[in-house]
Design a protein around this ligand. Structure first.
Ligand code: ADP
Length: 293
């Protein structure tokens, strides 16, 4: 089983010819709503990749919260550990211009209410893998990582979005996943190799995703392998990182060896770029078919 502890948002995606400057009013060319938040996206990706998945987080008692719960359940993600709170459901306004440039406003809302150890009981820790990101309160991420580690659960942290890490967090992480930008930002180094070796020293496994170049991984700070993606015609890379993380967690929970896990995650991430939007994670059979090619 995979437990994903993280954020759930209802995103409003607005397309416009150009992003508004301060004080300016600009018309939109298209608007749509969709489920988002790294936690929710990764939980859905893990379930599509064949995992048995539970989501731990919080939503408000509002129509947005109902819609997110329905989306999770519709993707076979268990929701019994999602708290219903008196804050509004998290939301984001994603502005995208004609060149693909974006600007994003996030309201954390209910996500800020996920407690350091959610739901009193620790039943939510009955899992093989705990997958987290950095969109919840840092104290919650730290406490949950430590609690999971103490239980023998494999702790996977996608350190995104890049930001200051709580002291001691990396000591409680088994697998750290970052993209190149996050790797450099977290280590405070312009050189990827240098950044990777700094970040990798406290964690057994560091995985750096590299967009169209796939991913590389480090075993206790030593480069252990690189995995190129299959050739795809990418139309939208939104959600590729979330798909990668979800697929990785599902495959780890299935007990696969790390090199196989990474090949699976790289292929899942690549396939997600062939679909528009953040809700683009492929199903297990589609990933398997691409792996067999
Ligand atoms: P993020 O979405 O967090 O920025 P990346 O861009 O590194 O993360 O993408 C995550 C994974 O998705 C990559 O490791 C790769 O497997 C896949 N991917 C992303 N962009 C492409 C692309 N243009 N072509 C093929 N695969 C891609």
């Amino acid at each position: 089983t995979v437990t994903v502890l993280g954020s759930a948002n209802l995103d409003q995606i607005v397309h416009t010819t150009r992003l508004p400057a301060p004080g300016e009013t600009v018309s939109t060319t298209a608007t749509r709503q969709g489920p988002g938040g790294k936690g929710l996206n990764q939980a859905v990706a893990a379930a599509r990749a064949g995992g048995t998945v539970a989501f731990v987080g919080a939503v408000g008692r509002d129509p947005a919260g109902d819609a997110l719960l329905a989306h999770l359940r519709g993707n076979d993600v268990r929701t019994q550990h999602v708290a219903l709170v008196d804050e509004p459901t998290g939301s984001a306004i994603v502005m995208v211009d004609d060149t693909g440039e974006n600007a994003i406003l996030v309201t954390g809302g209910a996500n800020g209410s996920v407690a350091p150890l959610p739901h009193g009981s620790d039943e939510w820790l009955d899992c093989a893998v705990l997958l987290m990101q950095l969109e919840l309160p840092p104290a919650t991420v730290l406490r949950c990582a430590r609690a999971a580690r103490a239980r023998g659960v494999l702790v996977v942290l996608n350190a995104a979005p890049a930001g200051p890490l709580p002291d001691g967090l990396l000591d409680a992480v088994d697998v750290l996943v970052v993209n190149e930008h996050e790797c450099r930002a977290l280590a405070g180094s312009a050189s990827l190799d240098d950044a990777a070796s700094r970040l990798a020293s406290p964690v057994p496994t560091l995985v750096v995703t590299q967009g169209a170049r796939g991913a590389r991984w480090y075993d206790r700070g030593h480069l252990a392998g690189t995995i190129p993606p299959p050739s795809v015609s990418a139309v939208d890379t939104t959600g590729a990182g979330d798909t990668f993380c979800g697929a990785l967690a599902a495959c780890l929970a299935a007990g696969s060896p790390l090199d196989e896990v990474l090949r699976f995650a790289v292929v899942a991430g690549a396939l997600s770029t062939q679909v528009h939007g953040a809700d683009s994670a492929p199903r297990l059979d589609v990933v398997q078919e691409a792996l067999a090619r």
